[in-house]
Design a protein around this ligand. Structure first.
Ligand SMILES: [Zn+2]
Length: 362
């Protein structure tokens, strides 16, 4: 069911009164996600209990703010990569910033999806089954832990939300500059709605990528899956190298609050950006073998194709190579630790767009 409608005056219209999020599931008296049941005007805490299967059970904690007034449902999710701490901490702090007594609509917050990654400090994947927790939507109730968890996330959270906000931060191995993603489907109304929320979120660098939602193999991420179901979904990323810096946390908390303001769920003024630096999808410099990596440029540097980004050594300090930029662009992130393995991303370089191109089916 398409839970809201959007009147689009122009694909380039910023969020305005032309965008109408109608009442959705939060027209209900009580909203229940996992064991969290929130009556109108109430904040409830609970868990989504993922039962044991071929591997261990797990529990995903959730907060639900069910507004006193009707409105749309927004889900904020982070910690698919459980060591992207700035984003996880940001969502724990967002919860107390939302007052259900004055909220129009419902907000579901899941700060830490990949609990085992967090507890064991394992980057990128769930150490229980070695699968990516942003890579196998809509999940599978008969699968391994990641798949069982994502099946319940799909059923309990994604399916009831009109808008999905997926937060990330540079992982322990990523010294990252903040940015968001504008993932386009070619549906003008959907792309306009997504863009409007990105501009409200307020990260001033935006990566443009195009998705073919008719190809299920390319919609296995949270945002891709949500977009394929007709929802509005944005991804925003701030944080780096395992640190929880106040500036990064603030970017994510304030951006999330601005999304709610832009959707008229709170009285916060939207203050959307009028412009952004648009970037095309990252080109990655990857390691061809294990060893040590040392960056010689910083995140956010403008680089030219072929320019040195860092160098590699073996485990007795002998130089084994120079890592160069694959294209002209901005260093979105660069590896912040020496550890590398064959195929590890050492740097991501984001070509800077003069103009935002029209959507092209990938
Ligand atoms: Zn991430």
């Amino acid at each position: 069911m398409r839970a809201y409608r959007i009147a689009v005056a122009s694909a380039m219209t910023l969020l305005s009164a032309s965008q109408v999020y109608a009442q959705s599931s939060s027209a209900k008296g009580t909203v229940t996600v996992g064991t969290a049941s929130a009556a109108r005007g109430v904040r409830a805490y609970g868990e989504i209990a993922v039962p044991a299967g071929s591997d261990a059970a797990m529990s995903i904690q959730v907060a639900v703010m069910h507004g006193a007034l009707p409105g749309p449902t927004v889900a904020f999710i982070s910690g698919a990569h459980g060591t992207e701490y700035a984003s996880v901490v940001a969502l724990t702090r967002l919860i107390e910033r939302i007052n259900p007594q004055s909220l129009a609509g419902t907000v579901i917050v899941v700060p830490l999806l990949n609990v085992a990654s967090f507890e064991q400090m394992t980057v990128h994947t769930n150490p229980v089954d070695k699968k990516g927790m942003n890579a196998t939507y809509p999940g599978n109730a008969k699968g391994t832990q990641t798949e069982r968890a994502l099946q319940l996330m799909t059923e309990q959270v994604v399916s009831v939300a009109d808008v999905i906000v997926d937060l990330h931060g540079g992982d322990i191995d990523e010294d990252l500059r903040p940015y968001s993603y504008w993932t386009r489907t070619g549906n003008a109304a959907q792309d306009s709605a997504t863009r409007a929320l990105l501009m409200a979120f307020g990260l001033d660098h935006v990566i443009v990528r195009d998705l073919d939602i008719t190809n299920a193999a390319t919609t296995r991420s949270l945002s891709g899956y949500a977009l394929s179901k007709g929802k509005t979904a944005i991804v925003a990323e701030a944080g780096r190298s395992g640190m929880v810096l106040q500036d990064d946390v603030d970017l994510l908390v304030k951006g999330s609050l601005r999304v709610l303001g832009a959707m008229h769920m709170t009285s916060d003024k939207a203050n959307s950006m009028s412009r952004a630096t648009w970037l095309s999808a990252a080109q990655r410099a990857a390691a061809d073998k294990p060893g040590m990596f040392f960056a010689t440029v910083q995140r956010d540097s403008k680089v030219k194709a072929g320019q040195a980004l860092g160098f590699t050594t073996d485990y007795v300090g002998r130089r084994t190579g120079i890592v160069t930029a694959p294209v002209d662009g901005l260093v979105g992130f660069i590896r912040g630790v020496p550890s590398m393995w064959s195929g590890a991303t050492l740097a991501s370089v984001l070509p800077i767009l003069k103009d935002v191109p029209v959507w092209v089916k990938p």
